[in-house]
Design a protein around this ligand. Sequence first.
Ligand SMILES: [Zn+2]
Length: 318
Amino acid sequence: MNLKQEIKLITGHPLTGGDKNSLMTVRFRNILTWTVYPGVMLIGLMIYFGLKSHGINVFLSSYVATVIAGVGLITFFELVLPYRKEWLPSRSDVGTDFIFLMLVQVLLPNLLSILSMSWLLGFIKNNNWDLGNFWPHNYPIWIQILIIMFSSDFLRYWLHRAAHTWSFLWRFHAVHHSVQKLYWLNVGRFHPLEKTLQLFTDTLPFILLSVSKEVLALYSVVYSIKAFFHHSNVDVKLGWLNYIINGPELHRWHHSRTIHESNNNYGNHVIIWDIIFGTYFLPKDKNVSELGLLNRNYPMSFLKQMQAPFIQDIDIAQ
Ligand SMILES: [Zn+2]
């Protein structure tokens, strides 16, 4: 449908002079849907490199870039360019998601890194292993980041696929699929046990391989902005990039309430492993319908979601 036809649909009559503002709005919105993802990623990277060039610690630079571009701009675009207005979160959604974010995404990874790293690094040192030799430290920083993204995604792909096919893991992963709308803040809604498994695939191996802090900090900026977009309610269009990046257009299908639709698109950063292993799903002729689990009464509070995996078939109970 071209823009004039779109205006006719909105206004109910063919384009007239008075519709010029509407046409501008539709055109502007159309441009935004194509530019918002690369634009926000670019702003995040510019903030990171700008702060780093002023001598600010790389992890602090990464944190500030993530907060401004990831949290600030993506929240803004969810409000002004929503994919579905009915997916804007309620106050109680935000409260529960914030608890998940703080406890499962911030506190748990830091605790696990400190505990497991001190034990593992001690073990490696006692055995005189030098795992750092296995990492191409002399490669350009962007190549190192691509190696992290593709290799960690290979592990994450199989962990995620197992979580959809092995009932024991699904009980924990169902917490993440309990959401009935998508927006960036509920990207952190994972049971701590599943989050621990994820850390063993996408973070700890690279710390053990002594990947430099510059690479890890830059990776963190790209990872966070990508993750927030991945789950966001921003009306993003990625075009041919949907065959490389696992963006929101693909991830919405992964949260479909219809199981043969949701058992697809398992990738985290990239979608290449889904293409190779036959789980790529992006229908051209329809939009996703309902999201979430079969059980519409699945508990939604933080404490009850901690207990839910221990109750058999709670995800399908009516
Ligand atoms: Zn899943």
